[in-house]
Design a binder for this molecule. Structure first.
Ligand SMILES: CC(=O)SCCNC(=O)CCNC(=O)[C@H](O)C(C)(C)COP(=O)(O)OP(=O)(O)OC[C@H]1O[C@@H](n2cnc3c(N)ncnc32)[C@H](O)[C@@H]1OP(=O)(O)O
Ligand SMILES: CC(C)C(=O)C(=O)O
Ligand SMILES: [Mg+2]
Length: 540
């Protein structure tokens, strides 16, 4: 893939595997980097900065493997970082050898503070090194990116001079890093305009920015740079990266999508032009975010824009009421746009009647006005003391406050599992059926959780498909409590169940039972409904 200067869209340069991996504690294994690179390719990023080949044998291996397996013809550009040092550039070139579209990204500091204290070199020395090393990188690959590190604190005149020289030496992308996250959006606009107006050959290259998040301005700065003509942004999934991280890929991409009419004119397009501004398949965003979080161990904060657990969750009654009447009243994008199944209405002390009534209806409870009022009052009393009201809390309220009978369903009596490296995982389960009969059965599975699910399904005999199984540690330490969430599909409907235990296999069994009971009650109600309508037909 070759990118012509100044495309009419934004090139997404993903540096999750390089700058993102520089997040303290985020070190990734080669196989993990490869899995993320495959997912980044599916996501549709233009460039994957796969690592810093000279940094360690593992990073060299990761760049090499990604170059071979992900850097295929028509796939993303695979890039390695390299200091402006021959040995780094040689390592990068060697690791990238098998990439169909290789890029060497070389950099050197240009700010006086870095020159004086870190590099201990004069401006003219740095200028000569930069030119020489860009030309050296060019002897290996056509696609060479150059970054003047700490550009935002560099004397602008020196910055213009060095950029002109490295472009003449063969750089194809010029990346302007705000290395210490010092810029405000206004500074960023001035920096980019200065480069465009004062570097005579700047139109021969793609102009890029790399924004760090030390003041929480990384995304704002990247978007401002785009408004000022930059056509490549360097970013990471979940915004991870050195110190406070980098601009978050998902934030930039969704801002460009949701506010397309705002950004279109900066690309010379009419406001209502519909073609996307990036090549990203936004439906892959959530999956990519989860994968990166899982492998790096960096948990996404719940209120993180786009991918946080609360990004599509509504907790207050007024917002919930609006969402239930017309989604766009309180949502500027759809959960499905980023690959999430649906938004969520969280029932808690801030919820109102509309949200409670809707959830009760979803659970199959049609209450009279008087019963509903009693249930609502009880709901508010309990919600004052609890963070979130579960469906089981709601069922208990309906049971206690109204005359409606809530069938208890199946109850789990015993769970026994044998597993190990020489044993076939086997689960023996005992349940009490809704008729009060005690039944026991056993099943083998690919693992203990699979065996438990198979044994429960043999006993309950309701066809279903397990579509999600997730475990979350609720408390820390060796005696941590794990919460298991299970989602089952029955025809077009999804039923979820959750349970916590210090033993996650036991938690899985209870979660599965809870989900199955919801499915069971749903089927009961469907049967009752069809019996009622049948008898209505007979009477008529
Ligand atoms: C803003 C950024 O994100 S830049 C990228 C930062 N990422 C990393 O540093 C991760 C990978 N780094 C590493 O594994 C190591 O630092 C290595 C392998 C690159 C270098 O290790 P070492 O040779 O032991 O050097 P060390 O890290 O102690 O110091 C860096 C050296 O590189 C020099 N240097 C720093 N940047 C550059 C550059 N862009 N071009 C040339 N030299 C540079 C420094 O002046 C210092 O040189 P000195 O030892 O002569 O004083
Ligand atoms: C290597 C460069 C682009 C970098 O990560 C930075 O300046 O933050
Ligand atoms: Mg950086």
């Amino acid at each position: 893939m070759s990118i012509q200067p100044q495309p009419d869209r934004v090139i997404i340069f993903d540096t999750t595997l390089r700058d993102g991996e520089q997040s303290p504690g985020a070190t990734l294994l080669v196989e993990e980097k490869l899995a993320i690179a495959h997912q980044l390719s599916l996501l549709g990023v233009d460039v994957i900065e796969a690592g810093f080949a000279v940094a360690s044998p593992g990073d060299f291996e990761a760049v090499k493997t990604i170059a071979q397996q992900v850097g295929v013809l028509g796939g993303p550009i695979i890039c390695s970082l390299a200091r402006a040092i021959r040995q780094d550039i040689q390592a990068a070139a060697e690791a990238l050898q098998q990439a169909a579209h290789p890029r060497i990204h070389t950099f050197i500091s240009t700010s006086d503070i870095h020159l004086k204290y870190q590099l201990k070199k004069s401006r003219s020395e740095v200028m000569a090194i930069a030119q020489e090393m860009v030309a050296y990188a060019k002897s290996f690959v056509e696609d060479v990116e150059f970054s003047p590190m700490d550009a935002s604190r560099t004397d602008p005149e020196f910055l213009y001079q060095i950029l002109e020289q490295v472009i003449a030496a063969g750089a194809t992308t010029i990346n302007i890093p705000d290395t210490v996250g010092y810029c405000t959006p206004k500074d960023m606009a001035a920096l980019i305009q200065g480069v465009q107006e004062n570097v005579p050959n700047i139109d021969q290259v793609i102009l890029s920015v790399h924004t760090q998040n030390d003041l929480g301005l990384a995304t704002a700065n990247a978007l401002t740079a785009i408004e000022n003509g930059v056509r490549q942004v360097e970013c990471t999934v979940n915004g991870i990266g050195e110190r406070a991280g980098n601009a978050a890929l998902e934030e930039i991409v969704m801002a460009l999508q949701v506010r397309k009419p705002h950004f279109n004119p900066y690309f010379g397009r009419p406001v209502d032009w519909d073609a996307p501004l990036t090549k990203i398949k936004t439906q892959e965003i959530y999956k990519t975010s989860c994968l990166v979080s899982q492998f790096t161990g960096i948990v996404v904060q719940p209120n993180k824009a786009i991918v946080g657990a609360n990004a599509f969750a509504h907790e207050s009654g007024i917002h919930q009421d609006g969402i239930l009447k017309h989604r766009q009243t309180y949502e500027i994008m759809e959960a499905a746009d980023i690959g999430l199944a649906e938004n969520s209405i969280i029932l808690g002390k801030h919820s109102g009647r509309n949200a409670l009534r809707t959830r009760l209806q979803e659970l199959g409870f049609e209450l009279s006005e008087a019963d509903f009022n009693k249930a609502f009052m009880r709901f508010k009393e309990i919600a004052d003391k609890k963070k979130e009201m579960s469906d089981w809390d709601l069922e208990a309220i309906v049971r206690d406050e109204t005359q409606i009978q809530v069938d208890k369903g199946f109850q789990l009596e015993h769970v026994q599992v044998t597993c190990g490296d020489c044993t076939c995982p086997t689960a023996t389960i005992t349940v009490v059926t809704p008729n009060g009969e005690i039944s026991t059965d056993a099943a083998v599975g690919t693992g203990p959780v699979d065996a438990v699910h198979k044994a429960i399904n043999r006993l309950v005999q309701i066809p279903n498909q397990l579509i999600e199984f997730s475990v979350q540690s609720v408390t820390g330490g060796i005696d941590a409590l794990g919460t298991v969430t299970i989602r089952l599909r029955y025809q077009e409907r999804i039923f979820s169940g959750q349970a916590s235990d210090t033993d996650i296999v036991v938690a899985a069994a209870y979660a599965h039972m809870n989900a199955l009971n919801r499915l069971y009650r749903f089927l009961q109600r469907e049967t009752e409904k069809s019996q009622t309508s049948d008898s209505a037909v007979v009477h008529n």
